[in-house]
Design a protein around this ligand. Structure first.
Ligand code: VG1
Ligand code: CO
Length: 545
């Protein structure tokens, strides 16, 4: 079986964004496109870190073909041991776990996460390093640099390997093992949470869940965990079969894309206690109670405040971190627990050093991402199980738990407005304009909101000292309120502008108003400072969370 060196031309657009390289499927199907990028990943590795590899994806269109190509490249590049998820499936959190558990040099995860799939949809390639976490900015810039000047790749000529059964093959110097995608992950969840208690509550009918896998990767995981291990009825799973086009839907677990699940949770009687959903690659989570939506920022704060209620975190937490646009709800919990609280740029890769250095136990993002030191990725089912465990222990409803939290800590009213696929030039102009005003903003008062600080967020990693600049504009009105704006780094067309609005209300204040109503004055201030609608001609955002 010969190994060939193929001459190639570099593509200039292989620059990873917030989370891996995401492009249209049709772009990835161009000759040598995937091969080039994967070769650049391999070239970025030190020789002693180029021996063992994990490969798997979220099952989207082009996943099977891409896996075979990557296997041929990995053999061509002399990897000794290559693990592949059965059927080519691996959720992002499971991949992170397997890299750590089997002490691999890294893993390639094929996913464009919450972006739509299918022949006209998106595909993505993400590289996670030996810690199990997404490659740091330093590594992704190196990959981009290598991809931009690549002249050849090394590939084995071999027939596609069947991925249906857990078997092993020796191909040239490489041992290729097809491994169960679900077991190790499910075992870890069983260690962290009180499965016995949840099982008992399920059996007694005191606790009921409905889980929407959105025809994405978590279906098989949810079946093993909720049905096989916890004894829930099959019917608790919606859209549990992975499909290459996600059933022609958008695998993004938010209020805009989960109408079926919401219909179940908003029934006037008989709704389950917990409704939840995950995204394409299984690292996001949405949590719903009966007629109640939990913002991801609040969810993070509640999990931190209740850590000791679940077995995996009985000893308490050492610290927390949140991405900059995530609300400051978790900061208030950290202050009360007297543990460290870090503010990082958007993207899970920035939590890696804090976790590796033992500075934090929990971290999260407003974009439906929550996780802990158990792996190095955000973890959708982990968050769902945490909530289930909490409901079982406290015997209260989701709404009761959240409201009790607000009564203790106050409430950070929060909303995110996404303006999708707008003209890149207009979007950049809008942000650039605001940037030029930053130094003159502090001290200014707009409709009773007094600006105390304004900056373009720059993060200095406390562990390795690296600097990440231009991570989003913050306009801060003391403890009272905040407006944040940044451009998305995961889209594949035009620009997406994200506007994040939050306002704090203390425990003795108005805790139970509708979010849109409460934030109306601050939204008006925002349009005044950053005239998105005026400049784009839009009447409002495409998605409101
Ligand atoms: C978005 C979210 C960010 C998240 C990223 C990857 O990035 O805002 O918080 O880490 O997606 O999530 P951006 O640059 O579009 O705002 V996933 O589940 O799509 O890997
Ligand atoms: Co995801």
């Amino acid at each position: 079986m010969p190994i060939r060196t193929i001459s190639t031309q570099p593509y200039t657009d292989q620059k990873p964004g917030t989370s891996g390289l995401r492009k249209r499927v049709t772009q990835f199907q161009q000759p040598h496109y995937l091969e080039n990028f994967v070769q650049a990943i391999f070239d970025s590795l030190e020789p002693e870190r180029r021996n063992t590899l994990l490969v798997g994806g979220d099952g989207r269109y082009f996943n099977p073909e891409a896996i075979q190509t990557i296997l041929r490249l990995a053999v061509g590049n002399g990897f000794h041991r290559i693990l592949v998820g059965q059927h080519g499936y691996l959720s992002t959190p499971a991949a992170s776990l397997l890299i750590r558990r089997y002490q691999l040099d890294g893993g390639i995860i094929l996913s464009a996460s919450h972006n739509p799939g299918g022949p006209d949809g998106d595909f993505g390639v993400k590289f996670n390093t030996h810690s199990g976490g997404p490659a740091s900015e330093k590594v992704t810039s190196r990959i981009h640099q290598l991809a931009s000047s690549l002249t050849q790749y090394r590939i084995a000529e071999m027939e596609p390997l069947p991925l249906q059964a857990c078997e092993s093959w020796q191909v040239e110097e490489s041992q290729i093992e097809i491994i169960d995608s679900v077991q190790d992950y499910s075992d870890l969840m069983q260690e962290l949470f009180d499965f016995e208690l949840i099982r008992e509550r399920f059996a007694g009918g005191q606790l009921r869940i409905v889980y929407d896998a959105m025809h994405a990767i978590t279906g098989p995981y949810a079946r093993e965990i909720f049905v096989n291990r916890l004894g829930a009825a099959q019917e608790c799973l919606l859209n549990a079969e992975p499909k290459p086009d996600f059933g022609n839907a958008h695998p993004d677990p938010n209020l805009a894309h989960t109408s079926g699940l919401q219909a179940v949770m908003n029934q006037s009687s008989g709704a389950p206690d917990l409704g939840a959903a995950s995204d394409g690659d299984g690292d996001r989570n949405m949590i719903l109670g009966q007629e109640f939506f939990v913002t991801p920022s609040d969810s993070l704060a509640v999990l931190a405040a209740n850590a000791q209620q679940v077995p995996g975190y009985r000893d308490g937490i050492v610290g927390v971190a949140r991405s900059m646009p995530t609300s400051r709800a978790v900061d208030r919990v950290a202050a009360q627990l007297d543990v460290a609280c870090y503010e990082t740029p958007t993207g899970w890769k920035f939590f890696g050093n804090l976790l590796d250095d033992g500075r934090i136990t929990f971290c999260g993002e407003e974009s439906f991402g929550t996780g802990s030191a158990h792996i190095r990725e955000k973890d959708g089912l982990w968050a769902v199980l945490f909530w289930l465990n909490l409901l079982a222990v406290r015997s209260e409803s989701v709404a009761e738990i959240i409201m009790a939290h607000w009564r203790e800590f106050g409430r950070d009213y929060y909303t995110r407005h996404d303006y999708e696929n707008i003209d890149s030039q207009i979007a950049e102009q809008l942000v650039a304009n605001l940037r030029t005003q930053l130094t003159s903003l502090p001290g200014r008062s707009i409709d009773g909101f007094v600006i105390t600080a304004a900056d373009d967020f720059c993060y200095k990693d406390p562990v390795d000292g690296s600097l990440s600049e231009h991570q989003g504009i913050r306009i801060i009105f003391g403890q009272q309120a905040r407006i944040v704006v940044r451009l998305s780094g995961t889209g594949t067309e035009g620009a997406t502008l994200r506007l994040y609005i939050e306002q704090y209300e203390p425990p003795e204040g108005e805790l139970f108003e509708a979010t849109g109503q409460f934030l109306k004055p601050l939204l008006a201030v925002s349009e005044n400072l950053l005239p998105i609608c005026h400049k784009t001609g839009r009447v409002g955002p495409d998605v409101i969370t």
